[in-house]
Write a protein that binds this ligand. Sequence first.
Ligand code: PLP
Length: 379
Amino acid sequence: MIYLDNAATTPVRREVLEAMWPFLTGDFGNPSSHHALGDAAARSLASARAQLAEWFGARPAEVTFTSGGTEAINLAIKGIALGQPRGRHIVTTPIEHEATLESIDFLRRVHGFEVSTVPVDAVGRVDLDALAGQVRSDTTLVSVMAANNEIGTVQDTAEIGELVHAAGSVLHVDAVQAAGWLDVSLDALGADAVSISGHKLGAPKGVGALAARSRLVIEPLLHGGGQERGRRSGTENVAAAVGLAAAARLSSAGRAEASGRVAALRDDLIARVEAAVPIARLTGSREHRLPSIASFLFPGTSGEGVLLGLEERGVVSSSGSACAAGSDEPSPVLLALGVDPVDAQTAVRFSLSTATSAADVEAAASAAAEAVRALTQLR
Ligand code: PLP
């Protein structure tokens, strides 16, 4: 099997599992317990937090471990919006992950927030002039993703951060897809808060983190024993936190080399698909693109049919959007780019990892060509 669905999830890296193992077995203490086992767990948690803090260019107290990207994003958006007295206005984009869009919609429905959605261009880049025009004196929060999960387009969040800060507001960046490929430190992203998820970078599912400047008042989502300095109650998942820190450490050690190598494979895949499948249309930006994502439309086919054809030929990929596969609803991300709703149903996303080889890319491009040919010949 050639696994090209790494934007959906990745396998746990061996080194990560090895780092976690002691905390699932012998060193199983509760960090809040006042005995040697508890103290050892507390020290390991503190060390994991310090490592992640370094990754984020933040202070350890600014890192909150969560149950994943979705929870980190919920905590950032609801926590910051409800914690700040500035106002009840939020700015976002139409291509955000559901975790962002639904958190913001909750604030609109239940807390009466007003929401402004900044348009994106045909490749999914945020319109900076429009953004500057939308941020107001009562804008509590702006939330923009660093890189899109369906099309791989990367935003200039540093520039967005400058605009947002000039207007006195706060920027949250969903860096779930960017982590491991781009510098996701608060400063590099121009952000006051950054969310990440473990399972996109070789840590297990169900762990993530929010880095948020300590000057921000964050209303917690989970109330209880006051762990994570009151930002997130609940006995800490020490093993998962240690695993996330290990994954972050591993990914940052080889990031520049890995990004360059995988970007070259991605470009090779794009070139091969474009050459072998004349109807293929790349979605997203060629220039501002994650190293790991190559996404296409195959107008005149069905995305689901192409995915099945690929899988029959041993290549696992995705439509890029959980709700687009097998449903009648075209992807809202592609619609926001101005893609025709019928064409939007033909989307296929290949997402690479550091384990992807040149032979995988060659095989995937041939499989895509065969799958599309088989579907178009049926007509
Ligand atoms: N944000 C983006 C851009 C994502 O791609 C995902 C997952 O696909 C999430 C947030 C949610 O992360 P998690 O699966 O850890 O809840």
